[in-house]
Design a protein around this ligand. Structure first.
Ligand SMILES: [Zn+2]
Length: 553
């Protein structure tokens, strides 16, 4: 009896952990708003006439309430017969997918074989206790020498499996070519490179450690990790879901290590997607983002068949223009860590056939290496010899770029396209200094070596700016743009004309940059305000700035 009960218990337990109720489905784009739906379900693709999405139980319930006709796609956990191996991928010429133990062994072997230039860091643990690893690759690893930081991460959606193979091959290439290729030697010597091949090990090895069959997009708690990061703009719709351990591991990594340029790999499309994902506003360095995305895509397209990597504008798109994502990793890294990150979608096919992995690598290998080099074009500066460290560096042309400096990173790096720039150093207790700098192609220009122009035009820094709301008067919603030159505690509050507080739109640390908030004419208690004049007041530790708006019912 006892034995029998045990068997029954095990079966029930096993089937409950194996059955993720994650639905993949498609519905017509006509008459629905992707900007709204992206808050409810995990949209994977938006095409001209249809939307493809995933949903866990909670998301599915809300979606069903909307009565949108849909079609369920093939079950996500259906075995695909993926070609797996327990042996070292290098031995079998990278033509299979590794089991989880084989993946761990391969990562460990990188450090073992190249201890001088490679260290395997554990960034954290998944829900089920699997390891989230990154290979840290750099010359003279043990020294604390400051270098530009670069990060690649892949497979945060567990079913986008070929992305991690590209990462593993890239690590292997950097390590094996280090001694022979002067190009790669220089790249490794001058950069601190981290490569995280598998950001969601539970989603990948969802059914078992020995196969990727049954892999899922979400993590083991059935959450989409690319909707789980803090979102600086959508304070009206905060992501109230608990942060997942995989997300917290990435946040801790970004907090601890200064990464200046990064890319996050996905499958489901073929393009480079640049910021922002969460707002139609354009990033002040949109031209630079288009240029690096273009470079990546064009190089892939040159070595690939004609029909590959040609979605959107020949393999390049702005995130929002494709579809909105809130709580995504890309905007989080750009907003909170001054790290320029793009998202790279490597294939329409999620479960990429193992026998074609070699071709995929050949399409991407040059772009992967060249993209890392881009971290070496821009500004640098060592302020450690100076009596006073600037609080921030502002680029005046094009406007809107503010690089906050902290005492801990007195040697700073900022990736910027080659060209001439007017620059202003802001100090806490002395006059700002202005000068012009020319960033040379493929070089980091040290701004501390440039003499300051004494005939600089007078310039009053605008550290904290609240633009007039738009539209104004408004109904039902108005957009409020707030700019801050440094990251600091900020509140954005609506008052009525009698001075009574009506609504708190924001009250937290606001990252440096321009942020758009929206007010829909509701009060903190959810009730709608009546027609009339309202005062928008933004406040930080130094200044209060105000604008008026008129609500018309
Ligand atoms: Zn994805």
């Amino acid at each position: 009896m006892k034995t029998k009960w045990c068997v029954v218990f095990l079966l029930v337990w096993q089937s409950s952990i194996l059955t993720a109720e994650i639905r993949a489905f498609r519905f017509s784009r006509v008459g629905v708003s992707p900007v709204y739906l992206t808050r409810i379900i995990s949209i994977d693709r938006v095409d001209t006439d249809s939307i493809t999405a995933y949903a866990n139980d909670r998301e599915w319930k809300t979606f069903l309430e909307m009565n949108i006709p849909y079609r369920i796609l093939m079950p996500v956990k259906e075995p695909k017969g993926l070609d797996m191996t327990h042996t070292d991928l290098r031995v079998i010429q990278w033509s299979k997918y590794p089991t989880y133990p084989a993946y761990l062994a391969l990562m460990a072997s990188f450090e073992k074989e190249y201890p001088e230039i490679c260290r395997i860091d554990t960034l954290g643990y998944s829900v089920r206790g699997r390891l989230i690893l990154a290979a840290e690759i750099s010359g003279n690893l043990k020294s604390k020498e400051e270098k530009p930081g670069f990060f690649y991460t892949a497979q945060m959606h567990g079913d986008e499996i070929a992305t991690s193979i590209l990462m593993l091959r890239l690590i292997d290439t950097l390590l094996t070519a280090y001694a022979d290729s002067s190009d790669i030697w220089r790249l490794v010597e001058e950069t601190r490179i981290w490569v995280n091949p598998l950001a969601n090990p539970d989603g990948a090895y969802y059914s078992s450690d020995s196969t990727l069959d049954g892999c899922i997009r979400y993590n083991a708690n059935e959450e989409d990790l690319n909707r789980n990061f803090p979102d600086a703009r959508h304070v009206l719709n905060p992501n109230t879901l608990p942060r997942q351990p995989e997300t917290l591991a990435m946040m801790a990594f970004a907090e601890k290590n200064q990464v200046h340029l990064s890319a996050n790999f996905h499958a489901g499309n073929e393009c480079v997607n640049y910021p922002w994902d969460s707002t139609p506003d354009r990033h002040p360095e949109t031209n630079w983002f288009i240029s690096i995305s273009r470079e990546y895509a064009d190089t892939v397209r040159y070595y690939a068949p004609e029909d590959y990597f040609n979605e959107f504008n020949e393999g390049v798109t702005n995130g929002w223009d494709w579809y909105a994502i809130y709580g995504g990793r890309q905007d989080y890294m750009n907003d909170y860590h001054s790290c320029k990150e793009v998202t790279i979608e490597i294939s329409d096919i999620k479960h990429y056939p193992a026998e074609q992995l070699e071709e995929l690598w050949n399409y991407h290998k040059r772009s992967l290496l060249h993209f890392i080099k881009r971290v070496h074009e821009g500004l640098t500066g060592d302020f450690r010899a100076r009596k006073q460290l600037p609080e921030s560096i502002e680029i005046l042309t094009p406007p809107g770029i503010v690089i906050p400096l902290e005492a801990s990173d007195s040697l700073f790096f900022y990736t910027l396209e080659a060209g001439k720039y007017d620059i202003c150093l802001h100090y806490a207790s002395r006059t700002d200094t202005l000068f012009q700098v020319e960033v040379q192609p493929h070089l980091l220009t040290d701004i501390t070596l440039i003499p300051v122009h004494t005939d600089s035009p007078p310039y009053t820094p605008r550290n904290f700016v609240l633009n007039p709301p738009y539209p104004n008067p408004f109904n039902p919603e108005t957009a409020i743009q707030l700019y801050t030159s440094t990251s600091q505690k900020t509140s954005l509050i609506i008052y009525n004309i009698q001075g009574r507080q009506i609504k708190t739109l924001y009250e937290d640390i606001l990252p440096a940059g321009t942020h758009t908030f929206r007010w829909d004419g509701t009060q903190d208690n959810g009730k709608e305000v009546s027609s009339g004049i309202y005062i928008i007041s933004a406040k930080n530790s130094r200044q209060t700035v105000r604008q008026k708006t008129v609500m018309i019912r």
